[in-house]
Design a protein around this ligand. Structure first.
Ligand code: SF4
Length: 379
């Protein structure tokens, strides 16, 4: 007898793996149609939407960056915050940030003490001094006040290298740098951008995903994964050893109604630098394992918040942290004591003794709840 087919969306899997509680908020409480965005999502979203317009008709005669500006101004108009001072503020901020602050780092004029270029300028003292000199921190804060809430985005943090808050103004500026660096394939060779595809992982397992870009060359196709994380440096070890799940799945991507030839190579595009790496052999079996693991957790209703491990790194970049940190939330009724534990952990981060005590509390809570869930629902 043929097993029933299991079908899930890649974004659900990715959210569950990021934090089971994130999945809970997005899909169990609010419904998948509600978008939860952080400022970290904005650069790629702007480039992706601009790319779809760029690929249409004669639109590619204009620079991709111009379409990115168009997208931002459309978003601001839709949300009623496209006043001249906001638009001019964002443009002016980008001009100064790019030409006066970043350019010396990017063209290699500003170097570290060993005479080498900075891989991540924002982590350097020189960058912070320039930002302060041009008063860009205050300009960012003023622009955030006018735009973040209206756009419905949570101001997240870049947790790598502790780079701190990532504001709407930074996202605007980064998306323009990304668009200027990325050289997309010719529109006539493009099958589609931001289109749904499916990836068969096993006879009875199918993953639905949205692919950033597919181009066709004769009887073969190429899949593109656009990495829009706002990090200057290209982390090759990540691309080669721990590729994004979509990169793994792209090789097997299919579309039934409007088929494209088999994908012979996957291009990983680091949008910030414009560098492109290609992969020809990918092991989709790795994806199958994480897919099964996440699906089982979802079916068993296991939604433990990641902060119970004592690591708040993911929370700082998370779109739903307001819900998780609300005293009256559903988490508190599902896991009584979780809120208090989270607060204790958070305030104890800089005190090893208090941290250890809070972790002990967290481990008791986690074990207790896991036992409860296992006996009730996992079997
Ligand atoms: S705030 Fe933290 S615990 Fe809550 S969903 Fe986000 S990552 Fe998970």
């Amino acid at each position: 007898m043929r097993n029933e087919e299991t079908r899930r969306n890649l974004s659900e899997i990715v959210d569950y793996l990021y934090c089971p509680m994130l999945y809970y908020w997005k899909y169990q409480v609010h419904g998948a149609e509600q978008k939860f965005l952080t400022t970290l999502d904005l650069p790629k979203l702007a480039v992706q939407q601009a790319l779809s317009i760029y690929m249409e008709g004669e639109n590619s005669q204009y620079e991709l960056a111009q379409w990115v500006i168009f997208i931002w101004e459309t978003w601001l108009k839709q949300k009623g915050v496209a006043q001249d001072d906001v638009i001019e503020g964002l443009r002016g901020y980008h001009e100064i940030r790019y030409h006066q602050v970043l350019a010396p780092f990017l063209n290699g004029k500003t170097r570290n003490k060993r005479g080498k270029s900075y891989v991540e300028p924002r982590a350097s003292k020189a960058y912070k001094e320039r930002i302060a000199y041009f008063n860009l921190g205050n300009i960012e804060a003023a622009l955030s006040e006018r735009t973040s809430e209206a756009l419905g985005v949570v101001e997240a943090e870049i947790t790598e290298l502790n780079l701190g808050k990532y504001t709407v103004a930074q996202a605007y500026s980064d998306s323009l740098i990304m668009a200027a660096n990325f050289k997309p394939p010719l529109p006539q060779s493009v099958w589609g951008t931001g289109k749904p595809v499916s990836v068969r992982l096993a006879e009875d397992l199918v993953m639905d995903a949205v692919v950033d870009l597919i181009s066709v060359d004769g009887n073969q196709a190429h899949g593109y994964f656009l990495d829009g994380r706002p990090m200057f440096y290209l982390n090759r070890s990540w691309v080669w050893r721990r590729p994004d799940l979509l990169v793994l799945g792209l090789m097997e991507a299919r579309e039934e109604e409007e088929p494209f030839p088999p994908i012979s190579a996957v291009y990983y595009v680091h949008l910030y630098s414009g560098e492109i790496l290609s992969r020809k052999t990918l092991h989709v079996s790795r994806l199958q394992n994480v897919f099964i693991m996440a699906c089982r957790g979802i079916s068993a209703n296991i939604y433990l918040p990641t902060f119970l491990s004592g690591d708040f790194t993911r929370c700082r970049a998370c779109a739903v942290r307001a819900q998780c940190y609300d005293r009256e939330d559903v988490l508190e009724s599902a896991f009584p004591g979780a809120y208090k534990t989270a607060r204790a952990l958070e305030s104890a981060v800089h005190s090893p003794a208090a941290h250890a005590a809070a972790l002990e509390l967290a481990s008791e809570l986690t074990l207790f709840d896991l036992r409860g869930i296992k006996s009730g629902e996992c079997e």
